[in-house]
Design a protein around this ligand. Sequence first.
Ligand code: GLU
Ligand code: MG
Length: 460
Amino acid sequence: MENEGGGWAPDFDAAELVRFLYVDHGGVVRGKAASHSRLQERVTTGIGHTVAMMAMNMLDQLQDVRGMGPVGEVRIVPDPTTYVPLPYAPGAGAMLADLRNLDGSPWAACPRAFLRDAIAELAEHGLALVAAFEPEFTLGRRVPSPDGGLDVLEPVDDSLCYSSTGFDRAHDYAVTLLRALHAQGLEPEHYYPELGHGQQELSIRHAPALAAADRHVIYRETVRGTAFRQGLWASLAPKPIADQAGNGCHVHLSLWELGSGGEPGRRNLMYDAADTYGMSSTAYHFIGGLLAHLPALTGLTCGSVNSFRRLAPRMWSSAFTCYGMDNREAAVRICSPMRGREAASSNIEFKPSDSSANPYLALGALIHAGLDGVRENISPGTPVNVDPATLSPEQRAEAAIERLPDSLDAALNALEADELLMSRLGPLRSSAYLTVKRSEAQDFATHDAAYECFHHFTKF
Ligand code: GLU
Ligand code: MG
């Protein structure tokens, strides 16, 4: 709706309570809510919050991080342009928020500021990124474990991949979810039951980078909130059920010339009709940057211990550092464009990514890595148009194809060794992130798979 000044203003009237949401270093969506009577004021001032919450891991174990102790305060300041009503929580609405210093400047550990800065750096090169997150999730019920242990996620069906039985079993939930996503302006595109029991995939239309990350948070909230309301439990965790297909969240990316106002302009700079695969040299260099930083990137895009149960060969999740044309086992897939819409629909798909990541950190890091490739003219090498798992170790070595990190610890070590990503994260954010994530790795290392699955399907 328009306000008196002609600008856009959300219709807060319907909401008794408005949640100000952010994503922490554990990848968990958290926030505080303002009641209707204080809302207008809180939109400007934000709500006070302890700096320590960015040192909290996904098990609610507070970590020792310098600058994130019991002393110190930030404000959770919402972005009114992100306001959505919450169809699964009648009477409530939500906005995505920044974490700001008391003087209003971005806090050095604000995840949304990290993505904003990456977008600004890209803009300095005349580029704008458009992205779409492609999440999968498992629909089920949270039930007591048959052996008396921790609760398990019992999937709603044992239907086959893309089968009509799967459509029928999840139908009421899927339609409610679609309506809820539409009501929040999210533009859902495709829906289908996928390979794992109870597994669903519902994709959302692409958007400029910041909006794409915001949309993914709203999506995660809606998937879970809609399930809770129907007595179900939905999980976007990478492997909520250890022996079932994993839930990925591939990220589709395209680079556009910078339009007025900093938004993507009219020309998709990834497309080149003259190239065998329809990709421009800018696109190849961007891919080169992604591959060069790939092991480190997984420390941010595959954000949890559970992520590495998913990243295995022959799972269509990608497990090796390579790219290929429509290759669903490559970490970066060049997606064949849509006939008649080649220029507009050319994009690449980054596969080693899932919904336990903080989407702002993940997408910001993808931008920094790809931009490094563009700036330094990094070649991605030869495309791999076979399943890399079918190559011999010698063939892989010759083509410089490496196995992706096989644990969160290995991914975090690669991240810590990556000078570019560490410098862009900055000292406060990087030390907090590494400390929080390493504490999770340490905790899960002393427990079994049932404990790991329980703690991930209940959080993500
Ligand atoms: N479930 C796979 C993953 O974990 C993706 C399957 C697909 O290509 O849709 O990434
Ligand atoms: Mg899928």
